[in-house]
Design a protein around this ligand. Structure first.
Ligand code: ADP
Ligand code: MG
Length: 370
């Protein structure tokens, strides 16, 4: 996307700092279903916070409560210091892009984008200038006269994004906005939205079930399951220090083993294998999950030592461009997945080859099993 023209009026509404959006104890039930089971969340000014969770975890309901399309049974929503729990959507100063929040089909792209400005009684000449600016910003310069159906899917989502930001909302909500786009276009849009959000200093709440999208886009991620936030942290924290089995399994590729802490800094896995643990292991007897990311184990040269070392056989090999993924059966009967940089076919292993893997106790991350 293009740079903002200097002096552009498209700016996030300035605020006093602190939590720009604060969600306090929000509960929403639909009959017997508790869609939101007590959500507390503060989104900072200028931050892109992603709600990541499986289908049905309550993401859309949360966004609707923030937007004002749903009223919570309990709790409050604040924009800055103002409580808006029961305010009408139009009174909240929020821009929205939803997967199926379509453009008005009978209006041109420019008319669509001008619509929120008309609603706010912005003078015609000023509105026209802002529409021009935002069209350039989302790379649709010159296409304002087209009807939505004359645009590609990606262009339509850019137009929807332009309409959501043209009035300088204090908060931008995006609910799986790229779900309908093919992979390449989706990746391109992710980077562009991120750039635009940072460039304009927008405060944004982004919803997705796609962990890769969350890792690419976010300042922080809130992982959601069954109407609760299970973990809130930076992409790095969530990836490296997941709090439990659900988060570990949901984010990134992982080897996850159930184990019981044994004596002398070891854990016993089901089936009898023993892994050396990191220094901060819990007391003997505790049931834990051991998380080993696929990039951690390394092939050990003959005779080299490691905290944990196991011989095994390659079950299969998948080339992924920059990296190669191997599924390996270790001799104690444990299957693990490893992923290493691809160094050309000469150095790579084949199915049924024997290999010895090593990793340190510190490479293991302990998570709650339950
Ligand atoms: P997500 O966006 O994470 O897929 P939703 O917020 O759409 O999840 O839904 C959360 C739960 O609430 C689901 O079990 C869903 O069936 C239920 N739900 C959402 N909206 C309604 C509604 N209007 N009436 C009844 N149940 C609903
Ligand atoms: Mg949803």
């Amino acid at each position: 996307m293009n740079e903002t023209p200097s002096g552009s009026p498209i700016r996030a509404t300035p605020t006093g700092g602190g939590g720009d959006l604060t969600i306090v104890g929000v509960v929403r039930r639909f009959g017997p279903v508790t869609a939101l089971a007590g959500i507390d969340l503060a989104v900072r000014k200028g931050e892109m916070l992603t709600i990541l969770g499986p289908s049905g975890s309550g993401k859309t309901t949360l966004l609707k409560v923030v937007a004002g399309f749903e009223t919570p049974d309990e709790g409050d929503v604040l924009l800055g210091a103002r409580t808006v729990t029961f305010a009408a959507p139009a009174k909240r100063d929020i821009g929205m892009v939803f997967q199926n929040y379509a453009l008005f089909p009978h209006m041109t792209v420019a008319q669509n984008i001008a619509f929120p400005l008309e609603m706010r009684k912005v003078a015609k000449a000023d509105a026209a200038k802002r529409v021009e600016d935002v069209l350039r910003l989302v790379d649709l310069a010159g296409l304002g006269g087209r009807l939505p159906r004359q645009l590609s899917g990606g262009q339509q989502q850019r137009a929807a994004l332009a309409r959501a930001i043209v009035f300088g909302p204090r908060l931008l909500l995006l609910d799986e906005p790229f779900g309908a786009l093919d992979r390449k276009l989706r990746e391109q849009m992710q980077l562009e939205v991120r750039r635009l959000q940072q460039h304009l200093g927008l405060t944004a709440l982004f919803v997705t079930h796609d962990q890769e999208e969350a890792l690419i886009l976010s300042d922080r991620i809130a992982v959601m399951d069954q109407g609760r936030i299970i973990q809130l942290g930076t992409p790095q924290e969530i990836y490296r220090r997941p709090v439990n089995r659900f988060v570990a399994g949901f984010i990134g590729e992982s080897n996850l083993f159930r184990a019981r802490v044994a004596g002398q800094g070891y854990a016993a896995l089901d089936g009898g294998a023993r892994f050396r643990l990191p220094a901060d292991a819990p007391p003997e007897g505790t049931e834990i999950g051991l998380l080993l990311r696929p990039e951690r184990p390394k092939p050990l040269a003959n005779g080299a030592a490691a905290d944990n070392s196991f011989a095994g056989s390659i079950l299969d090999v998948v080339y992924l461009g920059e990296t190669v993924k191997y599924r390996i059966r270790l001799d104690p009967g444990i299957e693990i997945v490893v992923r290493w940089p691809f160094h050309g076919s000469a150095g790579s292993l084949r199915k049924d080859d024997r290999v010895t893997l090593g990793w340190s106790g510190e490479d293991l991350h302990l998570v709650e099993w339950s």
